[in-house]
Design a protein around this ligand. Sequence first.
Ligand SMILES: [Zn+2]
Ligand SMILES: [Zn+2]
Length: 214
Amino acid sequence: MQNGNQAPSESGAGRADCTFCQRTEISDILKETRHFLLAADHAPLVEGHLLVIPKRHYACYGDVPASLDEELFALKDELRRFYTQFYAPVVFWEHGVFRQTVFHAHLHCFPWGNLEYDLESNIHTAVVAQQEDIRTWYHAQGHYFYLEDEKFALLFAPEMDRYMHVIQHVFQKGLASRGGPVRPRSPQQRYAEGRPLIEATLAKWRTFERQEVT
Ligand SMILES: [Zn+2]
Ligand SMILES: [Zn+2]
């Protein structure tokens, strides 16, 4: 959270110690907008695992200013079209700062389809109606994690039991539905096995882009 309280670098060079600012962990960029990159996760869980990363250093999306919302929403809409056509409806996921491995905001995109999350279960802490809700939470409470499908956008307090519930009930189900390996794999293993998945995603994205311009 301390990260987020400092103004992002104006130099454009980013943080020397950040693998996303330095782009050392970003190898395949599918699209670049003024303030965001759409990139393949370099250690994908499944084919179609993408990341939306602000170019500037922010700790999480709760720290990304409202002036970038419109650009972010346009990119998310494009991703909704892409996933629905080539995979299944997209699920967006953010660790916030909680259990993040890279301390630079990034929104994971997964082809999980609709989550069948039961709102009655109250595993979530708040239903997110607008992006401002995430910023308000972050500035007041700090950490969170975030899950969005076609129906709901949900914010979770950073507690291990909530987190494990989402991993077990949402991610494991999603992995199974996409024919992915449900056994846990280390990031190193996912990285080693990731290249064909990334190439397949890139090929679909190129097809999608050709359609969008014609
Ligand atoms: Zn960074
Ligand atoms: Zn992540």
